[in-house]
Design a protein around this ligand. Structure first.
Ligand code: NAP
Length: 253
């Protein structure tokens, strides 16, 4: 049984931790009902859901690997069943792997990096456009892709595969924004810089932000909530004439 209501609905992929969890929490404060996906961290996802429910909004967590088309279809079926509407999609889920030079990066890792970081957002956007676009009977909507300043810097000696997957996500943002601009859908992108989350542990350096913070013009790393605010501004009607745009949240890097 769905929860039809007047509140807008936001879908945040990778909402169990880091930037996605901060976005889900702040979205609830701003009045959204929330569907968040996760890959493995069920207890963390359920904790975010509990916080949102305690704040008076509805939230659901769905395990859905955003590199798997069937699981993505299942995620959006849950959106239909739970809420019957979708106003905002945040393509936030992303992965990176052990810091390495390219010659030591295997093909499977390259495939996984592109599947999660590039194809996942494209698959989710396909599902969203079928529900949002005027030509499909929708009311319009907003999509925000979470790229990385790595798309510009290239991440040499760390993860050029990750940087390249984000570069492709940015090109997708540009083309898709134009493709659906007359269908009531805005598509934008944030580029976080060095943000304090658990992602850096996946690269083998949990304290990476502290190592690099002196290279940031503002002299500090960013917090997930600072990225969340940028995401939710782009998603909101405050940004009603903004599409195909890129917003760096990097402290000036
Ligand atoms: P994080 O703390 O590692 O969290 C990643 C989130 O994505 C988790 O919720 C994780 O779910 C989810 N996820 C990973 N693979 C998934 C998959 N295949 N399907 C569904 N969900 C998946 O990372 P973060 O730092 O918040 O990063 C969020 C986004 O910001 C990413 O796109 C990242 O590339 C980008 N970004 C981060 C930084 C930074 O400095 N942190 C900088 C630039 C860009 P589980 O909890 O289940 O694993």
């Amino acid at each position: 049984m769905g929860l039809a209501s007047d509140y807008p609905v936001i879908v945040v992929t990778g909402g169990s931790r880091g930037i996605g969890a901060a976005t889900a929490r702040l979205a609830a404060v701003q009045g959204y009902n929330v569907i968040l996906s996760y890959a493995e961290s069920e207890s963390a996802a359920l904790a975010v859901v509990a916080e949102i429910e305690a704040a008076g909004r509805h939230a659901f967590a769905v395990q859905a690997d955003c590199a798997d088309p069937k699981q993505i279809t299942g995620l959006f079926e849950q959106v239909d069943q739970r809420f019957g509407r979708i106003d905002v999609l945040v393509n936030n889920a992303g992965v990176l792997f052990q810091q390495s030079r390219l010659e030591n990066v295997g093909f499977e890792r390259m495939q996984r990096t592109f599947a999660v970081n590039t194809l996942g957002p494209m698959l989710c956007s396909q599902q969203a456009v079928k529900r949002m676009a005027y030509c499909h009977g929708g009311q319009g909507g907003s999509i925000v892709n979470v790229s990385s300043i790595a798309a510009k810097l290239g991440s040499p000696n760390e993860y050029v595969d990750y940087a390249a997957s984000k570069g492709a996500l940015e090109t997708f943002t540009t083309g898709f924004a134009k493709e659906v601009a007359r269908e009531g859908i805005r598509v934008n992108c944030v580029r976080p810089g060095h943000i304090y989350t658990e992602m850096h542990a996946s690269g083998g350096e949990p304290d990476r932000v502290d190592r690099l913070k002196d290279s940031i013009p503002m002299g500090r790393g960013g917090q997930a909530e600072e990225v969340a605010r940028a995401i939710l501004w782009l998603a909101s009607s405050e940004a009603s004439f903004v599409t195909g745009a890129f917003l760096d949240t990097t402290g000036g890097k």
